[in-house]
Ligand binder design. Structure first.
Ligand code: ASP
Length: 429
């Protein structure tokens, strides 16, 4: 029996933790009526502690892991032009997939009409969200004022830019900076080892996160605004299971089933934690397992977790149509094009942490003059949608990374196809 349990992979343990957490959460919500046991003991202590402890451990890894791995990854690509072309193609693919995502969402909104018949003016305004950054700010903030404070506060874009520059310089100076090269390589090794240790706690963390969410919401959280909810889910499903596999087949000829079979644990974790940032370590591990070289993924995955939010863009596209219909506002073609553009920009500005997509949604609403009060209505169910869209966000990052890696000969297709084992030290699951 014990041997059998030991044989279960970490990926499957994460899935088990997620399903058990859902079931236990619903049981707590329906059957435990004693407020002391339910709220104080379980919700606010056991589940809260278990879930947040794990998220904090993952967050703890992110900055040093991303920083070391970007430096080492970029430094190991000796040709600076290759770095430029990888960066350029990656950003282009990220932006294009996001534009496709919003377009899909708008189309669904037009066909299904999620907001029709809902007279929004009569619903109380409960939202209190404001867009905290303009696009110009986002671009300016990419360059750190002080790289150490960016590292300390975990500002991903400036950290990526700073790491990129150090990597390029190490590649250029190579022999003169041998000691530094060694420090970064060993730092990277240490962070990878720490990741694999922290990851062992993932099933428990995921269990607690799910139990707390559904212990609090029960099924009620899913019932109101059903049409809006279903539209977002349809959009996310199309993006994840139609758009991404098609891109994979068109650009790489790789089998998408093999991708999903290995990638599901990453989606489960993103789903349970609602944060692309905290999913970076797991995403990197899984891609290594699929034969993707860390030289590319260590740069593209953190970048994607920061600027590529296809799932978020889908929610925003549907939310725009929902609000426009609920308020009886007719959006013409140019307004729809504006929505596509601003949602792509919002995706760049959305940090990979829970619920930020709702904040940047105000930016999209403002661009076409939709009343931001409408956001208050979808606020209540956003937590659950955040889980689904984060799973899509991280999938988009991985798919683009595979495409870019293969095009740049930074991927071993035999490993992807299971004909060869992955490189040992990068493999943890
Ligand atoms: N939670 C999302 C993520 O981390 C961002 C969002 O849409 O709020 O990818």
């Amino acid at each position: 029996m014990l041997d059998r349990l030991k044989g279960i992979s970490l990926g499957n343990w994460i899935l088990i933790g997620m399903v058990l957490g859902l079931i236990v959460g619903l049981i707590v919500n329906f059957y435990i009526t004693d407020p002391f046991i339910k709220d104080i003991v379980l919700m606010n202590n056991v589940f809260y502690l278990g879930g947040n402890l794990f998220i904090k451990l993952m967050k703890m890894l992110v900055v040093p892991l991303v920083f070391f791995s970007i430096v080492v990854g970029v430094a190991s690509i000796s040709d600076i032009r290759t770095i430029g072309s990888i960066g350029g193609t990656t950003i282009l693919i990220y932006l294009l997939t996001t534009a496709v995502a919003v377009t899909v969402a708008l189309a669904i909104g037009i066909v299904v009409q999620p907001g029709a018949g809902l007279h929004m003016a009569g619903i109380a305004d409960t939202a209190n969200v404001t867009a905290n950054q303009t696009m110009t700010d986002t671009i300016l903030n990419m360059v750190p004022d002080n790289p150490f404070s960016s590292l300390a506060s975990g500002d991903m874009l400036p950290v990526i830019i700073f790491g990129l520059l150090i990597g390029i310089i190490l590649a250029k100076l190579r022999d003169e900076t041998e000691a530094f090269n060694k420090i970064f390589t060993e730092g990277n090794r240490i962070m990878m080892e720490m990741t694999s240790i922290v990851m062992k706690f993932a099933p428990i963390g995921v269990f607690c996160l799910m139990a707390r969410t559904f212990g609090g919401l029960g099924l009620d959280g899913l019932l109101p605004l059903g049409k809006y909810f279903v539209c977002v889910l349809i959009g996310l499903a199309i993006q994840a299971f139609v758009v991404y596999p098609s891109l994979l087949v068109i650009f790489t000829r790789l089998n998408p089933v093999k991708f999903f079979r290995r990638f599901f644990p990453v989606m489960f974790f993103a789903f349970s934690s609602s944060t692309s940032n905290a999913t970076i370590p797991l995403n990197l591990e899984k891609l290594s397992e699929m034969g993707v070289s860390r030289d590319v993924s260590s740069f593209t995955i953190p970048l994607g977790a920061t600027i590529n939010m296809d799932g978020t863009a889908i929610m925003q596209g549907v939310a725009v149509m929902f609000a426009a219909q609920a308020y009886g506002i007719d959006l013409g073609t140019s307004a729809l094009l504006t929505v596509i553009f601003t949602a792509v920009m919002a995706s760049i500005g959305t940090a990979g942490v829970p619920s930020v997509g709702l904040v940047t949604l105000t930016m999209v609403f403002n661009s076409v003059g939709l009343p931001v009060q409408a956001i208050g209505v979808i606020f209540g169910i956003d937590h659950i949608l955040d889980m689904f869209r984060t799973a899509v966000n991280v999938t988009g990052d991985a798919i683009c990374t595979i495409i870019v890696s293969l095009k740049n000969k930074a991927m071993d297709v035999d490993v992807y196809n299971g004909k060869k084992p992955p490189v040992k030290e990068e493999h943890i699951m």
